[in-house]
Design a protein around this ligand. Structure first.
Ligand SMILES: Nc1ncnc2c1ncn2[C@@H]1O[C@H](COP(=O)(O)OP(=O)(O)OP(=O)(O)O)[C@@H](O)[C@H]1O
Ligand SMILES: [Mg+2]
Length: 570
């Protein structure tokens, strides 16, 4: 469906210039790809560098070249959404949805059917095995949050799920590679969950065939995963440097289509941008927005007085651009930022209460701030993407604080409608928006004068966090599950809710084999239910959990509970 080469990820209208420099890096990627083909074994490239330095652009150029030289290559792509959204396997889900043409709002049965067809087609390239097809379908469905009735992975321990997933994915990718080379691009690993990073390592270690994994990350990745990519001969790391002033000057010339501009301005621009191509592009955009640079024939001309000083950071220049937008466009951009880097028209229309929102969004596209994606992950909905993650960040920060919490609440509601067909993929995202709407730092401000709305929101948020935590636990993202369930506990208002959250917390600890922590949580849940005559069933269930854990799961304790404790439960 979505060809990576036409992916609008970084495409911008009107200012698409040829890539400057980076020839060595493109060649290095090409030679690593050849190495993978010669060795018939995976290789991994990690392209690192600060925001806006040109990582995604480099990848795109390399993909263009690879598809021209090796048209038989399969291209697979996924991107980690920005931090805080806690989406365990989102990039893999995204990749699958593209490959199988599954829309986020498809009914679970349709999604499962498309996935099965794809898996059958891909696994047909390797020696058959019915069990393997089923196993692979179940595991992949699990990563993408596609609910399949009777999926055995729903019943087994999270750690065992982890094992299944880390077998199924290499199997699936290797099957692709049985028919020809594969390039798998995973962008923005600095935002990847721990599970996702582990999965990439598994893909590298366990897949076979001519596979090149291309990953990009900002330097923060080193902090979160210092060992990623270390010590393996199959890994090549490329740290992208700033463009030289010569290269910056060339880039400037390309952007201005060869037009002459005053020498002082030219020098100022190159010096300010400091070798960051995004910064350079954005300063020029700012000058165009402000009417300082105007089109003249096929080039550009400087008019009026030059600004006394150029914004000195890329964030400042983006801030200045966004501030100067006409109010309807600014509002649309801010509301879109709440949804995320990729967003859809409908929730922005609702949030900004503007029937003309389409024209605002298209105007923003013409300014190179967002772009329409060639295909949408939600059927019948125009999907946009912020031209750059930093544009989203700055737009978000400019949204009045009092509005933020409400905007997140609306986003959560809209996603709930989309997810109405039982898909689990959006559960973590929905919980993320609820958390921002009710527990975020702006939440108190937003709801003080509307206690009824807050009460309704609280109750929805509670349920969403419990659900999302269960999804995270099933994916063995236990720390994330605990976070969600602790938040649910904070939101609980009566004993029944407290018991529900505490039981979930106990289950999370159990999932991580932490008996010492599971039992106290379950016992607290029991205590919360003590005076509730209707909670007999729940109390029995909790007692059984405590007794089973204490009596059988000896391995899960730092301090083994005495036999007496088991007797007490009985
Ligand atoms: N070498 C280059 N020549 C011309 N334009 C470039 C070059 N490198 C980057 N650009 C342009 O600069 C902008 C930012 O680049 P890109 O999106 O690749 O940054 P990034 O490193 O991926 O940032 P992030 O970490 O935020 O994802 C894009 O519009 C891109 O087309
Ligand atoms: Mg990028």
């Amino acid at each position: 469906m979505l060809n990576p080469l036409t992916d609008a990820l970084d495409r911008r209208k009107g200012m698409q210039v040829p890539m400057v420099g980076r020839e060595q890096e493109v060649e290095a990627l090409a030679s690593l790809f050849h190495e993978a083909m010669d060795a018939n074994n995976p290789r991994l490239a990690l392209i690192s560098g600060p925001a806006g330095i040109g990582k995604s652009r480099l990848v795109r150029e390399f993909l263009n070249m690879a598809s021209a030289r090796h048209p038989e290559t399969t291209f697979l792509q996924g991107r980690c959404p920005s931090t805080g959204e806690g989406l365990t396997y989102w990039p893999l889900g995204e990749l699958l949805r593209r490959e199988c043409q599954i829309s986020l709002d498809d009914p679970a049965a349709t999604a499962a059917e498309r996935l099965r067809q794809k898996v059958e087609a891909v696994l047909a390239r390797v020696p058959p095995g019915e069990a393997t097809i089923d196993q692979t379908v179940f595991a992949l469905a699990f990563t993408a949050g596609i609910t399949i009735p009777g999926n055995p992975l729903d019943k087994i321990r999270p750690s065992a799920v982890q094992v299944e997933l880390s077998m199924a994915w290499p199997r699936f990718i290797s099957a692709y590679a049985a028919a020809g080379p594969v390039i798998l691009v995973l962008e923005d690993l600095h935002w990847a969950s721990d599970r996702m990073v582990e999965m990439i390592e598994r893909l590298l270690a366990r897949s076979t065939g001519p596979i090149l994994l291309v990953t990009t990350a900002r330097p923060e990745l080193r902090k979160a995963h210092p060992e990623f990519g270390e010590g393996s001969e199959a890994v090549a790391v490329h740290a992208l440097r700033s463009l030289t002033s010569q290269q910056s000057a060339t880039l400037l010339k390309e952007i201005l289509e060869g037009s002459e501009i005053p020498e002082t301005l030219r020098r100022d621009l190159v010096a300010t941008a400091d070798g960051n191509p995004l910064f350079l592009e954005e300063i020029i955009h700012r000058l165009i927005d402000a009417g300082t640079l105007v089109r003249e024939g096929s080039g550009w001309r400087v008019t009026g007085t030059l600004p006394a000083a150029l914004p000195d950071t890329v964030l400042a220049v983006l801030g200045a651009r966004i501030d100067a937008l006409p109010s309807a466009q600014k509002r649309a951009l801010q509301e879109a930022a709440v949804i995320g880097r990729a967003f859809w028209e409908e929730p922005v229309r609702r949030a900004s209460d503007d029937p003309e929102v389409t024209s605002s969004l298209l105007a923003l596209e013409a300014k190179g701030l967002v772009s329409v994606r060639p295909t949408s992950s939600i059927a019948g909905q125009l999907e946009f993407i912020f031209k750059h993650a930093l544009v989203r960040d700055v737009a978000y920060a400019s949204l009045p604080r009092i509005r933020r919490a409400r905007a997140h609440a609306e986003a959560a509601r809209w996603l709930e409608e989309i997810a109405g067909h039982g898909s689990e993929e959006l559960a973590e995202l929905i919980a993320h928006h609820y958390r921002k709407s009710i527990l975020g730092e702006d939440a108190d401000l937003a709801w003080t004068d509307d206690p009824a709305a807050r009460a309704e929101l609280r109750s929805r948020a509670f349920t969403a966090m419990i659900t999302a935590g269960v999804v995270a636990r099933k994916r063995f993202a236990v720390a994330h599950a605990l976070e969600l369930h602790q938040d649910a506990l904070r939101l609980s208002i009566d004993d029944a809710e407290r018991a529900r959250a505490l039981e979930a917390i106990g289950d999370d600890h159990e999932g991580a084999f932490h008996g010492d922590d599971a039992i106290p949580a379950w016992e607290s849940a029991l205590a919360a239910l003590q005076n509730n005559p209707d909670a007999r069933q729940s109390r029995i269930r909790l007692l059984v959990k405590c007794a089973t854990m204490a009596g059988i799961r000896w391995g899960g304790f730092k301090v083994v509970p005495p036999t007496r404790q088991v007797d007490d439960y009985i």
